[in-house]
Design a protein around this ligand. Structure first.
Ligand code: ATP
Length: 913
């Protein structure tokens, strides 16, 4: 029986006014968190810690939205007028087309929405919770009242919580209260009537920890949280359009308007100048409007973007903001963290420097296998204890001034916590220590947590009546706080700073990450203050840690170089270490790689910085503010910047960058929310892949447009020419619609799914301001429109000359158009390179299916009696079919000849496509 069932919990308004212990009691919880059975019971009782999703618009609303489009208004008006004129068949066809278009849009929009939905779970916030006393990372939706959570800077608060312990805790509550300055928090209860913003012992779901650390108990989850009550959704994949889509939308509207005017002029010209019957001219005008507008384009573009998002997600880059898909394709500089992104983040201590000696540590990874040696001579535990006591002391300090834990599972050693600290635990075990027992024997009474800005961590432990401070951190930082050192035999002596600096340099040159360990006895017990660690520490020694580069990052850096993208390393690590790792990654010649570190960067003015970022590849000891300055300097140089980040203070740089890339694993919630892209695996290679996919999407969009526009161009030119010449229309409006809505869409859809072209990462980045329709494409569209015109009109006249009926001539013209489209599809798949390759001719399964489908549809269009009735078509003799295919092939040959010529010219003249 559980007390929570009988004792009603405190009313929510009381959590902040009660002592932490009574809150725990009321929730029937303890400071060590809940255990399995109780957890399951509460999860069943309270449900998931999730806000009700905003309901997506219903199917009917979505369907209705499909008709809300200028083009469809034009078509519906046309249907109405044709009905009034008694052209019933046309009315039915146009109405059917409107309907088909809406259905296609409806289905595609659904698909795009689904693919976004599918990646939402990847962005679900996580929480660090105590389960049976052990910290465990879980999906924040699993939390229940009574759970004890740990909060650190950068976390978003996963539920409404009452603080149990806190240290320097500051929380940004702007999302809830609108107050933009982070507020200080501590566990002391406040007045019962305190308003939300003044309840300093509470932290609320959706707000963000900007500094410090806390332990807190969950008091409300899901819709019972404050934010749930307001009913606002905090975590969303930002939907929406991209600059490119918006631009296209504007162009589309303009185009529609121009076409309507042109159609009206055509109508006027035909009726008054040529004296043609108004009904026929109206149909010609409708035909022109229908012919000139690429009806299928918007739907296909949406699909192309959604596919890009999906492909990127498959390659571990989750897109949170749609425009990033497009921007990724034009990135010119990638600024990347080092640790974990370019390197493996599997840290192993390799060397210890202390007592004037250097010790090697064998082994790799977190398994505590490997011994100590000096100059190649193995040293056992006993000798260490008697001859080099500082090594053991360093192992102890490393294990105590440490928040990580290692445990054996699945045949390997699993780390919970920071890898740098994991390496120190392994070191302690190699020295024969048991970290858990050590921690029990020397409990921690206070802590200054590690923050990237401070670059050190300190803990306070009782030692008899007095206490001892243990410090570990970046060597320059710790050295500046030391006055003494542990000399031979562990005897304290004055600090020989120059010697240590030389040692730091030697470690860094070998590409090792360095930590300095120090301690200080304090005469009193009590709390830890900054002045306790600011000076007079005794330096124990240095720890040299290796963190090998990721093999795939080495490849990705090379790939980026080929793709004309510069990779910059921006790291919190030591300059010399960073340069050594950069050389291992192939970012430059060893020894020739310049690294600029934080203090030097600070001294630079904007002009100097702009010059530096155009030349230097490694920025070390960099803080989040430096990142922001670097992004701005790069952007001022005209670069399109992708910047990675993981800390809470990286958010401004992530937002400033053209593409902010947040780390999904080690990244804080703050960074993840600021990023446009979240890397599911924290791997640099995934950024390179995302760029590749971004370029592919852009290519495919360009291909789709290049494919569709000439078809419309050819159709419109045909109709215009017919009216100008005063001959009857070679293609009827209904037939034009058939081509645009059925054949063209089926074929163009293939292009949205096109695989990446092999040379996509060997081209330079697309210039940012480059118009979608380059001069080359504009020429292409004109050229091919003319070829389409020649094909359609030629075949039409040919059939008429041979004495065929006008229906047969029109059927032949439509089939010629579609056949030319099919061959053009093969050409457009490779915009500038050769299509006459085995791979090109074979196509992809999707291409073959689409071509097969279009073939069957055209057979139906030509031979099925229903279609003959609807579209006024007529069966054609097989010989004519062959001629039509011949026309299509001629088109392909002409296009290939043109590509060949242009390639030659480009080689000679160096002009860009
Ligand atoms: P990146 O920015 O590429 O991720 P980084 O991980 O090396 O680089 P930080 O985490 O800011 O950057 O670390 C900076 C320095 O602080 C390290 O070089 C190391 O000397 C020290 N350091 C790192 N982790 C700890 C820790 N847990 N405790 C104490 N000092 C640390």
């Amino acid at each position: 029986m559980n007390r929570i069932d009988i004792a009603p919990p405190l009313p929510p308004s009381d959590w902040h006014a009660s002592e932490a212990c009574s809150v725990l009691a009321a929730l029937d919880a303890g400071p060590h968190g809940l255990d399995g059975a109780e957890l399951a019971r509460r999860q069943a009782l309270h449900g998931l810690n999730r806000l009700a999703e905003e309901r997506p618009p219903g199917a009917l609303a979505r369907m209705a939205r499909q008709f809300n489009n200028l083009l469809l208004y034009v078509l519906m008006a046309a249907a109405l007028v044709t009905a009034l004129l008694g052209h019933w068949i046309d009315t039915v066809v146009i109405a059917a087309v409107v309907l088909v278009n809406a259905v296609i849009g409806f289905v595609q929009e659904g698909k795009a929405e689904k693919s976004l939905q599918a990646i939402r779970h990847l962005l679900a916030p996580r929480a660090l919770v105590l389960r049976g006393g052990h910290p465990e990372e879980v999906d924040a939706s699993q939390l229940v009242p009574g759970d004890v959570v740990l909060l650190a800077s950068g976390d978003s608060v996963p539920a409404d919580v009452r603080l149990l312990q806190a240290r320097n805790l500051r929380v940004d509550e702007s999302a809830l209260t609108g107050e933009s300055v982070p507020v200080e928090k501590s566990p002391e209860p406040v007045a019962r009537d305190a308003v939300l913003g003044d309840r300093s012992c509470m932290a609320y779901a959706g707000t963000m920890v900007t500094q410090g650390w806390a332990q807190a108990v969950v008091v409300a989850t899901g819709s019972r949280t404050e934010v749930g009550r307001i009913g606002r959704l905090m975590q969303r994949v930002a939907p929406g359009s991209t600059p490119l889509l918006r631009k296209l939308d504007r162009v589309g509207r303009l185009l529609t308007a121009v076409i309507l005017v042109a159609a009206a002029l055509l109508f006027g010209f035909g009726t008054w100048m040529r004296g043609l019957p108004a009904g026929e001219m109206f149909m010609a005008a409708v035909g022109l409007a229908v012919a000139a507008i690429p009806e299928g384009l918007p739907a296909i573009l949406t699909i192309a973007l959604a596919i890009g998002v999906q492909r990127m997600a498959r390659r571990h880059a989750v897109v949170r903001r749609l425009p990033a898909v497009e921007t990724l394709g034009s990135v010119t500089v990638i600024c990347s963290d080092k640790t974990g992104t370019l390197t493996r983040n599997e840290m192993t201590v390799q060397q210890l420097v202390c007592e004037g000696r250097t010790f090697d540590v064998a082994g790799a990874g977190y398994a505590p296998v490997g011994g100590f040696s000096e100059g190649g001579r193995p040293i056992d535990g006993e000798e260490l204890a008697s001859q080099a006591p500082t090594v053991l002391r360093m192992a102890q300090v490393g294990a105590l001034c440490n928040d990580a834990s290692l445990h054996e599972a699945d045949g390997g050693w699993q780390l919970a916590g920071d890898p740098t600290e994991g390496a120190l635990l392994t070191l302690a075990m190699k020295a024969g220590l048991q970290p858990a027992a050590l921690r029990a024997a020397h409990p921690r009474v206070d802590v200054v947590p590690f923050e990237s800005e401070q670059r050190y961590m300190a803990t306070l432990h009782p030692s008899g009546d007095a206490s001892v401070v243990l410090v570990k951190g970046a060597p320059e930082r710790v050295l500046s706080m030391c006055a003494l050192q542990a000399g031979p035999g562990g005897v304290t002596q004055p600090l020989d700073a120059p010697w240590w600096h030389a040692q730091v340099d030697a470690q860094a040159r070998a590409g090792r990450r360095i930590l300095a360990l120090a301690q200080r006895e304090l005469p009193t017990a009590g709390r830890l203050a900054r002045e306790h660690v600011a000076q007079d520490l005794v330096l124990l020694g240095l720890v040299g840690i290796i963190d090998p580069p990721r093999a795939e990052a080495v490849r990705a850096v090379a790939q980026c170089r080929d793709a004309g993208i510069r990779v910059l390393m921006i790291t919190g690590d030591h300059a010399v270490t960073a340069a050594a790792i950069a050389a291992q990654l192939g970012m430059g010649e060893p020894g020739a790689l310049e690294a600029i570190s934080g203090p030097r960067l600070e001294a630079m003015d904007e002009a100097a910085l702009r010059e530096a970022v155009s030349r230097v590849r490694v920025f070390a000891r960099a803080s989040p503010e430096h990142k922001l300055r670097l992004v701005r300097a790069l952007q001022a140089n005209g670069e399109i910047v992708a910047m990675t980040g993981d800390g809470v203070n990286d958010a401004p740089a992530l937002k400033q960058a053209d593409v902010g890339v947040a780390m999904g694993r080690k990244g804080t919630e703050a960074a993840r929310q600021a990023g446009a892209v979240v890397l599911a695996d924290d791997n640099f290679a995934s950024i390179a892949h995302a760029v590749e996919e971004g370029r592919t999407v852009y290519d495919n969009i360009r291909k789709t447009i290049t494919f569709l526009l000439p078809v419309n161009g050819g159709e419109s030119l045909t109709l215009l020419l017919a009216v100008l010449l005063g001959v009857s229309l070679p293609i009827l409006p209904a037939q034009v619609l058939w081509v645009n809505m059925v054949s063209s869409v089926a074929l163009a859809m293939v292009l949205a799914f096109e695989p990446t072209e092999p040379d996509v990462m060997r081209r330079p980045p697309r210039p940012p301001g480059e118009p979608l329709l380059s001069r080359f494409l504009a020429w292409r569209i004109l050229f091919i429109s003319t070829l389409f015109l020649a094909g359609i009109f030629g075949m039409y006249e040919c059939v008429l000359l041979r004495g065929g009926s006008i229906e047969a001539a029109r059927t032949a013209a439509v089939n010629t158009l579609v056949c030319m489209e099919v061959f053009y599809l093969f050409s457009v798949r490779y915009l500038t390179s050769r299509s006459f390759t085995w791979v090109g001719v074979r196509g992809t399964p999707r291409v073959l299916v689409a071509v097969g489908a279009v073939f069957v549809l055209q057979l139906l269009f030509t031979f099925a009696p229903v279609m003959q009735g609807l579209f006024r078509t007529e069966a054609l003799p097989p010989a004519l079919g062959l001629q039509i295919v011949g026309v299509g092939m001629t088109l392909l040959i002409l296009l290939e000849a043109e590509k060949y010529l242009l390639r030659r010219l480009r080689l000679l003249g160096g002009a860009r496509a």
